[in-house]
Design a binder for this molecule. Structure first.
Ligand code: ADP
Ligand code: ZN
Ligand code: ZN
Length: 788
């Protein structure tokens, strides 16, 4: 088991939502599963463009003699659509409309995914739609529906689950409805006159009038003005001091930023020039090179003529500072969406995107499927970030789907990062993507200096060498800040008995329990199991329990003692769990007082801490010799990102890397020649080994409480894998074979051509559903897997 690999994905893996149970529905619900699916697959093989919803609609119109049939996506874990007849006197049917349909004894909300002429089932076997909750309005624009269709075909996931993941939660059931178009408010001449006069007894009303002032105010602007704004507003409308009108899209009022450097200007020019067609740009810029400035200038020019843009950021990168920077520079407030919003807010955000009123949406992964009728550009910041891959349920890569969306819409897409993923790197290297390099820090700050510390024969305290300790001391004496990076939270990764060798292991997973000393618990970072810390060894009774290795909690304690006069801030998921806590701590760091920062990868991203001049990377060695072929790539990315925190301003920075392998070849390349050379080298290794991105993979994952059942299913699944170019390997145990009490194994399918892989996978899906052993396991398909 490789710690680095786990910690990168730990955020996604900690609360695994159940994969779906692949159950076969009872006879009654079986709308000829296999034939319907077969038809589906045949159609898939044709060019995707040929069966977007528009075309299906027109096909449906062609022959009046055949029966119009609605192919409906229902939120079920089944890889099929369900055929229904339109109701006798409903509105005009369109793909993307919500419908209420009978399903067995229940009623369910579904979405029309396709319109067809006839079904595999005879008409008298088909049920009718009960209702159209939104009348003629659609909840999915044609474009989003096309994208979702591509997704369920490409990722081999149940269409209904894919479609419903794109709907705001409130629209997933019948009680929710599409919000009316939002209003804005303007003073009438009478209102203006009233505002000049003394307030008298209507202070609140005049306050709100003043708030609207000479311009217009939207509801969301008024909401922040006073708690009882709705009541007051009603009075203003009643007196006719204010009129309401449909909200207008925000107007761009850019404030000029710094004059762009040549490298930046070339990138902006190229991106802007590629408008009007699909083009993929890699903005490959070191930390602090001014990538965000490039986004801002490009947005300014692209949005000048109207339209919308989408900026996707990793979960951890969506900070108020970032949003404020865009607002200040563009002159309007971007719409911000993420999964932490309330259901009401998510519906509101969805409606604003759909109406075109939101000119710029900044959001995490889930914003990717927002309807944006006038979308003109997509930007994905930190494209290499693991949080862009959805790791359970409908597993998809936001980066790849974003590129797909841009291709469908014929618009540019910008992938920004200091450390391109190898997929993007090889696309840029082969010339498919334009490659824009920013190699200097925009503020003129020098890049940090690396110092590699061979840990052999070093004097260590809690994992920190005496040399690093001294460097920390010097930094603090100068009144500057030092950042200590260790990607492992807790006090120690394992608690063990020095008398008998017992160690705390999770009963439900193949992993050790992490010792959280302050909370006196042993905690599993994979299934959240908690055990109190034993006082004596549970096996031999000796008083000989000790931690082995170290985590951020221990570093905090040790460094806190060693540098007792300096404030120490710890950044990890245990210490920064409350909302706003990260911002508070970050604010304290930015205030500039000398301090120590100790933290996990939470510190590696996006933050500009001008007074950090020393970064100590405590330990990344596991990645150098990991079984996971992506571990090295991730290590390089993490190292460069963490190092990028040092010396971002006027003060020069230094990075100390502690390692037992200072002679490791890839490490040497990274340090001597930089990330591009490093990526080039591992790219060549991958090509030689026929590994992604030079081959295409998919996994069939299965898990169950009984190992036998997993093995039986996967053995049978392997037997029925169709012959062809793509080859099947396994079954293999997952990197963590047992998690939450379930045994997890997988089959690996790999091909040199994507088309071959998909042809065989599609065929295989049909066969898998018929296996008897399928009922006994949870299984799922992971196309382009990132972890194993
Ligand atoms: P990145 O997104 O690549 O980390 P930023 O766009 O945040 O970089 O820029 C880093 C710092 O450099 C910011 O403080 C920004 O205001 C400044 N900056 C960016 N471009 C320029 C420029 N052309 N001239 C001067 N300062 C710049
Ligand atoms: Zn013992
Ligand atoms: Zn566990």
């Amino acid at each position: 088991m490789n710690t680095l690999h786990m910690s990168i994905n730990a955020v996604d893996q900690l609360q695994p939502k159940a994969f779906f149970m692949a159950r076969i529905p009872s006879e009654k619900y079986l709308y000829s599963l296999t034939r319907a699916e077969a038809k589906h697959i045949v159609r898939r093989a044709r060019n995707f463009q040929n069966h977007g919803p528009r075309l299906i609609e027109s096909k449906a119109m062609q022959s009046a003699s055949s029966t119009p049939v609605l192919r409906v996506a229902l939120p079920l874990p089944l890889r099929q659509l369900f055929d229904y007849l339109p109701s006798a006197n409903g509105p005009r049917q369109l793909a993307g409309q919500r419908v209420l349909v009978p399903f067995g004894r229940r009623k369910m909300v579904g979405v029309i995914a396709e319109l067809a002429n006839g079904s595999d089932l005879p008409p008298d076997k088909l049920a009718r739609v009960i209702d159209y909750p939104d009348g003629e309005q659609t909840v999915l624009t044609g474009e989003v529906l096309e994208l979702l269709q591509w997704c369920w075909r490409y990722y081999k996931h149940a269409p209904g689950e894919v479609v419903f993941s794109a709907l705001p939660p409130k629209l997933r059931n019948i009680s929710g409805s599409i919000p009316t178009s939002p209003l804005q408010y303007r003073l009438t001449p009478a209102g203006r006159t009233r505002l000049q006069e003394p307030a008298g007894r209507v202070k609140a009303q005049l306050g709100l009038l003043g708030h609207i002032g000479t311009g217009v105010a939207t509801e969301s602007q008024l909401r922040s003005s006073a708690p009882a704004w709705r009541k007051t507003l009603a009075k203003l409308l009643e007196q006719q001091w204010v009129v309401s009108e449909d909200q207008q899209p925000a107007v761009l009022m850019p404030t000029p930023g710094p004059v762009l450097l040549d490298e930046q200007r070339h990138a902006v020019d190229a991106i802007v020039a590629s408008q009007g067609g699909f083009h993929c740009h890699l903005l490959d810029g070191i930390t602090g090179s001014g990538k965000t400035e490039v986004y801002l200038k490009t947005l300014e020019q692209i949005l000048e003529k109207g339209g919308q843009a989408l900026l996707l950021v990793p979960e951890i990168g969506l900070t108020p500072q970032l949003v404020r920077r865009f607002e200040e520079r563009l002159g309007f407030a971007p719409l911000v969406t993420h999964s932490g919003l309330s259901e009401g807010q998510r519906l509101q955000a969805w409606a604003l995107a759909r109406s075109g009123l939101a000119r710029l949406v900044i959001g995490t992964r889930s914003a990717l499927f927002l309807p944006m009728p006038d979308l003109r550009m997509i930007i994905l910041d930190e494209e290499h970030d693991a949080s862009f891959k959805q790791q359970d349920g409908f597993r998809y890569s936001s980066r790849d789907v974003a590129v797909k969306r841009a291709a469908e819409r014929d618009i540019p897409v910008v992938l920004g990062t200091a450390t391109p993923s190898l997929e993007t790197f090889s696309n840029a290297a082969s010339g498919r993507y334009s490659w824009h390099r920013l190699r200097r820090r925009a503020t003129g700050a020098a890049e940090p200096r690396w110092r590699v510390l061979d840990l052999i024969q070093q004097n260590m305290t809690a994992g920190i060498s005496a040399v690093a300790m001294a460097a920390i001391g010097e930094t603090l004496v100068k009144g500057e800040q030092a950042l200590i990076f260790l990607n492992r939270r807790g006090y120690a990764p394992v608690l063990l008995c020095h008398a008998c060798g017992w160690h705390g292991a999770c009963e439900r997973c193949d992993t050790n329990l992490t010792w959280h000393k302050a909370n006196r618990r042993l905690l599993c970072h994979h299934c959240d199991s908690v055990v109190p810390v034993p006082v004596m060894c549970p096996a031999c009774g000796a008083d000989a329990l000790q931690g082995a290795g170290e985590g951020t909690e221990q570093l905090e304690q040790v460094l806190g003692k060693a540098f007792a006069d300096t404030p120490l801030l710890r950044f990890d998921r245990d210490s920064v769990s409350r909302k706003g806590e990260f911002e508070r701590l970050a604010g304290q760091v930015k205030a500039g007082e000398s301090c120590l920062l100790v933290g996990t990868q939470m510190l590696a991203k996006g933050h500009h801490f001008p007074r950090v001049t020393l970064v100590v990377i405590v330990n990344l060695d596991q990645a150098l010799y990991s079984a996971d072929f992506r571990a090295l790539e991730r290590m390089g990315q993490l190292m460069v990102q963490v190092a990028g925190r040092a010396g971002r301003d006027q003060l020069p920075g230094e990075v100390i890397l502690q390692t037992h392998y200072p002679q490791h070849e890839s490490l040497l390349t990274l340090l001597k020649s930089g990330y591009e050379a490093f990526a080039g080298e591992i790219c060549a290794d991958r090509r030689a080994a026929c590994l992604p991105p030079f081959s295409y993979q998919a996994l069939l994952r299965a898990d169950a409480y009984q190992k036998d059942e997993v093995r039986r299913f996967l053995d049978q699944a392997k037997q029925c894998f169709p012959a062809g170019e793509a080859l099947i390997y396994g079954p293999f145990p997952a990197m963590m074979e047992r998690r939450s009490g379930r045994t997890r194994w997988y089959l690996l399918v790999q091909a040199n051509r994507r088309s071959a892989l998909h042809r065989q996978l599609d065929e295989w899906m049909l066969r898998l559903q018929k296996l008897a052993s399928v009922r006994k396991v949870r299984w799922s398909v992971d196309v382009d897997p990132q972890d194993y």
